[in-house]
Design a binder for this molecule. Structure first.
Ligand SMILES: [Zn+2]
Length: 381
């Protein structure tokens, strides 16, 4: 029986090796049937306690959330929803349904600003207002919009009593590359303790839902179990690992301009309901775009203007992160931009149309850097 099932799966089309292959297979099947049997077993279900994957959904709740919940239930899968406070406030019943179904709930701010560009007071307000909507269902995890963070954001997150919750697998479902592309990315990048970022809000998420229909059975077949984090004492797994690399950013739903820089704001006093640890303040830099505005549609030659400075400034670097995820160098500066400075006259016609992001980094002592991401749509055609 093992021989019949095993032979057709081997590469016997390579004719000069086929006799050897058949001989080896016969040998293995006759003298070591357990090996074949266990190999077959690993191709089938049986969730392993070691293969946990954390599916997370950002920017909801929305009209797509219930459909995602139904799909998750069908596969006995748990997930974590990083909700936008203002969306949650408008659909409190959906928040209740998510939590009652055993999923985790995380804080994704109230208005989805890029946190490195807002003041400490604004960040505290964004987090606190969302926490108020979630109440005791708030699992104590903060996912910064676009994954954008700098030293001040990380410090504020800790002071607010939250854990930073990022991701390890980003299929960029918000760019709507097709359900199969999204599903293939997740399936081929899945790893134990992996965290997948997808989106149940912020736009048309039909592709995300369709991708989930492929992902759930495919990874369940590989033995994955889908678990919730940020509830019942399950911390984001990244907290147990080395600091993650700066990830590409998340959904480009930010439509407001980048607000004023955050210089000195981490020293501001906290609101009454926030416990603040006494720690020497780290030197703060400022990295902020002034033009174009976040979410702008650009064409032709565009002046990119920004502030990029730090007490131990080394250089600034401007890159373009293309729709497909690749980084393209745009400009580099050896002098700090203490006030709004034109960094480059960017010829957008040299790049494909699409939803891209400008990324500005200010590199300082020790090759550390702060960065900001700015979503823009290039439309020359
Ligand atoms: Zn988001």
């Amino acid at each position: 029986m093992h021989i019949l099932t095993a032979i057709p799966t081997q590469p016997i089309a390579i004719s000069r090796n086929s006799a050897w292959l058949v001989a080896i297979i016969l040998f293995v099947c006759i003298f070591w049937p357990e090996a074949v049997a266990s190999a077959e077993e690993t191709n089938q279900a049986a969730p392993s306690p070691d293969k946990v994957l954390y599916l997370t959904f950002d920017d909801g709740p929305s009209d797509y959330t219930q459909e995602i919940l139904d799909l998750l239930a069908r596969y006995d899968a748990k997930a974590t929803f990083f909700v936008i406070g203002r969306a949650a406030a408008s659909q409190p019943e959906l928040i209740e349904i998510i939590f009652a179904a055993g999923h985790g709930l995380g804080n994704h701010t109230y208005n989805h600003p890029s946190l490195p560009s807002v003041s400490r007071e604004r960040m505290v307000d964004e987090v606190a207002k969302t926490a108020a909507v979630l109440g005791d269902r708030d699992g104590g995890c903060l996912r910064p919009p676009y994954g954008a963070r700098n030293a001040a954001v990380v410090k504020n997150t800790e002071q607010l009593g939250y854990q930073l919750a990022l991701w390890t697998i980003d299929p960029r479902d918000w760019a709507r590359p097709g359900a199969r592309v999204i599903a293939n990315h997740v399936i081929t990048h899945a790893h134990p303790d992996g965290v997948v970022v997808m989106h149940d809000g912020g736009g048309n998420r039909a592709q995300t839902v369709a991708a989930l229909r492929i992902i759930l059975p495919a990874l369940a077949k590989q033995g994955y179990r889908f678990a919730a984090m940020c509830r019942d004492g399950v911390a984001p797994p990244l907290q147990k690992q080395a600091p993650p690399p700066m990830p590409p950013s998340s959904a480009p739903i930010l439509t407001t301009s980048a607000p004023s820089a955050n210089k000195g704001s981490a020293n501001a006093s906290a609101t009454d309901d926030v416990a603040v640890e006494e720690a020497p303040p780290a030197p703060l830099g400022v990295v902020s775009f002034t033009s174009p505005k976040a979410g702008a549609t650009v064409r032709g030659v565009v002046a990119v203007t920004a502030v990029a400075t730090h007490p131990t400034f080394r250089k600034w670097q401007l890159d373009l992160i293309l729709d497909g995820g690749s980084d393209t160098f745009l400009a580099l500066g050896e002098a700090p931009a203490d006030e709004p400075t034109e960094l480059v006259r960017w010829d957008t016609a040299l790049y494909p149309d699409g939803e891209h992001q400008l990324r500005l980094r200010v590199v300082y002592e020790g090759m550390n850097y702060d960065e900001i991401l700015l979503p823009v749509t290039v439309a020359n055609q």
